[in-house]
Unconditional design. Sequence first.
Length: 265
Amino acid sequence: MHYNDYNYGMPNFIEPMRSLQVPEPPACPGGTIYTIRPGDTMFRIANRYGIGLNDLIAANPQITNPNVIFEGQRICVPAIIDPTPPPPEEFCPEGIVYVVRRGDSMFTIARSFGVTLQRLIRANPQVADPNVLEVGQRICVPVPDVPLPEGIVRVNLTPQIEGVLGATAFVNIPEPTLWISTFGLPKPSEIDAKFTCYYAWVVDRDTDKYFGVRLKDTGVPGILAGYGTTTGTFRGYDEIIVTAEPKDAAKRPTGPVVLRGRIVT
């Protein structure tokens, strides 16, 4: 794995093989011809457009197995609909995006991130059946909504490279303290052989000041955490970044930025 810029300042469909002949839908009087998109299932299409699953299946006798549909395949939806994809919406703006791995369930994800199963299910209305997750599916993990004490700010960090999930940090502004948990970071050596650890930095870009803490293994696979406090104040600091670093006790970031979040007070 290689990253060039340091930059400080599976679903229920199959991609059709070329040799595969995907059958065309039958005549669709009173309905709409719809083209399958990534993530679609017959159940989700029926649910999205408010029609019965059995009605959708009956309108498409060319589909021999309703559990297997193909990206780009055209089907008959027995209703007048707008087949144009809806405009993209920001996914999980107040939480962490987690990508489902083999063996995951809603219960194990909720337990790993310290949220209740009920909150996790409510945060993911796109999951038709909470008992069935697909490898590669994106899940929104909500962060705690408990009111924060005065002077403490929550920061959600977003990935700056592929393969990273995210992070949540809490910053005490007047009593400068940082708490941070990261999710899904690769081994530093997977970015470059010279990197051995990760640091989280509270950054004041105007004055080029940094306060860093080393991230440590929590014992939970895929989760690293850090804590640190210093003197003075974090007033004026405007950003948190996570970087891969070549050695311990770094004084300022030198490696690539893998996570970034704005401090909004």
